[in-house]
Ligand binder design. Sequence first.
Ligand code: PRT
Ligand code: ZN
Length: 223
Amino acid sequence: MKPRDRLRIAMQKSGRLTEPGLDLLKRCGLTFRQSRDKLFCFGEGEPVDLLLVRDDDIPGLIAQGVCDLGIVGRNVLAEFQLTAGRETAALSELRPLGFGRCRLSIAVPQELDYQSPQQLSGLSIATSYPGLLGEWLRTQGVEAGVVTLAGSVEIAPRLGTADAICDLVQSGGTLVANQLREADVLLESEAVLAGPEILPADERGDMLELLLKRLDGVIQVRE
Ligand code: PRT
Ligand code: ZN
């Protein structure tokens, strides 16, 4: 790959993390000229550009070195860390960003009197997070079936394709609408700044350090 001298940040193109992510970068003094296709935004003041993509692609883009940093949900980063192959570059969470808060939870039919994870033994659980769910089940010593679905996980119990689900919850409204109830929390999530475990040791590294300093300032003021 061609060496780059500008820092490149991957961000969600359109979704819950887009507006708060752009706002945070603006507060860090970064402004962008949007390109016509809006996939690549050239940074005007500092040598920092944006790549706007689906959130699920962000960890892979950093691991491949296509981007240096990413703004992504901890849930997506943690799932990637658990499921990416050994040959993939290791990623780390550089900073929690304080928006996009939600939790990855087990939810069960409302009529089930849930007391402990052991009750999930022998059941099938639908999720888009097979890595995180599998790890949690292992630590709980529970053997359950994992049904991996790309979306609409919450309707799986009603359709009869699973007994319970493991999905993101924020207000809990979606669970109630589907006659489900939150039973256990696997992961408290929020948007994070993700990067490679080994930071670049060139101009990009210097810019990254400056960006982290500004981020810390912005986050401190907000708290
Ligand atoms: O197109 P792309 O793949 O980029 O977008 P996406 O649809 O995968 O992502 P998006 O925008 O929905 O979410 C991006 C990130 O926001 C997630 O990875 C989380 O880190 C974070 N986030 C915060 C949430 C929620 N809150 C949330 N409530 N992501 C999803 N939800 C969904 C959840 O899956 C469920 O369907 O909202 C529903 C639950 O919400 P409540 O309020 O009814 O409980
Ligand atoms: Zn997504």
